[in-house]
Design a protein around this ligand. Structure first.
Ligand code: FAD
Length: 313
């Protein structure tokens, strides 16, 4: 039996109807690169996610959790496996506690929390993608990270169990979590957000949104910063921006096919039109090599490379 059928056979009819085959990943990622995924499964709630996951295990297929696709590079060959697209976007606010589904846009969460009188998330204004993607990678900027606010998370483990865990088990660190290392999928989160000074938070939000418009690509597709910032030389000090080093090696002039380094930010790769995954990987490798040669530093990618999934048999 073909693997697609083995996967679909395991699903109840209502879920089978949700599955989309052969969806180009360029349509689901902000860099606009990537060929067809074998199957894309939109999950609006934890039970749907669990059923899709179980069917993937049964078919022996790899599974990749996708949120807003703002931090991934998909392959031109597509993805031979299951793309679990977290699309649930419920959000309930009680006092300073927010319960939110993984698929809600992070910036929508920021706007909603400010509307409810909670100031603490203003720092995250304008970060693209979903709550799930942000938590999985502990997204952050302007001195804060989303993990600081997490009190509980509902996750789907690699073995297919749905569990409620605390922040310690999530293992938040700079742009990473134990959650992601273990292949767990975030389904829901409970955040505690301080009320703070609302007028100051609204002003902070406006400032960050304007800053992003000025410094980040707006019309050109991108996936945000390509490389992680450097570990501080002394613990507790600030990380050195990878973009600083890339600027000094002339990265802004680098281009491979339609993949180019953004003119205003040496750590961002943009798609000028028809860039393929090969162009992007070649460009990233050149950027990395130039920094290694000049500074003896190995830049580590922040963007997740989906790869082609299961090998063709
Ligand atoms: C213009 C621009 C600016 C950006 N600025 C910032 C910034 O200031 N700070 C910052 O931290 N990032 C920034 N980013 C990167 C990106 O927006 C964040 O990493 C974002 O949190 C990714 O969320 P997503 O939903 O798009 O994740 P995706 O791109 O869909 O996925 C990214 C990774 O998270 C995993 N993932 C997604 N959802 C889940 C889930 N529910 N459970 C488990 N794993 C999951 C995926 O498997 C993948 O490994 C920027 C990106 C762009 C394009």
């Amino acid at each position: 039996m073909p693997i697609e059928d083995r996967f679909l056979d395991r699903l109840p009819a209502a879920l089978r109807d949700r599955v989309r085959c052969g969806v180009p990943l360029r349509d689901l990622t902000t860099l606009r690169v990537g060929g067809p995924a074998a199957v894309v499964c939109p999950a609006d709630n934890p039970e749907q996610a669990r059923r899709f996951h179980e069917a993937a295990l049964h078919a022996g297929w790899p599974l990749f959790a996708l949120g807003g696709g703002s931090n991934v590079l998909a392959d031109d060959a597509g993805y031979r496996g299951v793309v679990l697209h977290l699309t649930g976007c419920d959000c309930t606010v009680r006092g300073d506690t927010i319960t939110v589904s993984a698929g809600l846009g992070l910036d929508d969460l920021v706007a909603r929390s400010l509307g409810e009188g909670l100031a603490g998330l203003a720092f995250a204004s304008g970060i693209p993608g979903t709550v799930g993607g942000a938590l999985a990678g502990n997204a952050g900027c302007y001195g804060h990270e989303i993990g600081e606010f997490v009190r509980e998370a509902v996750v789907l483990t690699r073995d297919g169990d749905v569990r409620r865990i605390g922040p310690r088990e999530c293992g938040f660190r700079y742009r990473g979590t134990a959650l992601r290392d273990e292949g767990a999928i975030l389904l829901e989160a409970v955040l505690q957000v301080p009320a703070g000074d609302l007028a100051a938070a609204a002003a902070e939000r406006a400032l960050h949104l304007a800053d992003r418009l000025a410094k980040h690509p707006v019309t050109e597709p991108s996936a945000g910063s390509w490389f992680r910032n450097l570990e501080p030389a002394v613990p507790g000090e600030r990380r050195r921006a990878a973009g600083e080093l890339l600027d000094q090696v002339g990265a802004k002039a680098m281009r491979e096919g339609d993949a180019a380094v953004f003119a205003k930010h040496a750590n961002i790769i943009v798609n000028l039109g028809r860039a393929g995954s090969g162009d992007v990987r070649r460009l990233a490798a050149r950027m990395q090599a130039a920094v290694r040669e000049r500074f003896g530093v190995d830049l580590a990618p922040e963007v997740r490379d989906l790869g082609p999934g299961a090998p063709l048999t």
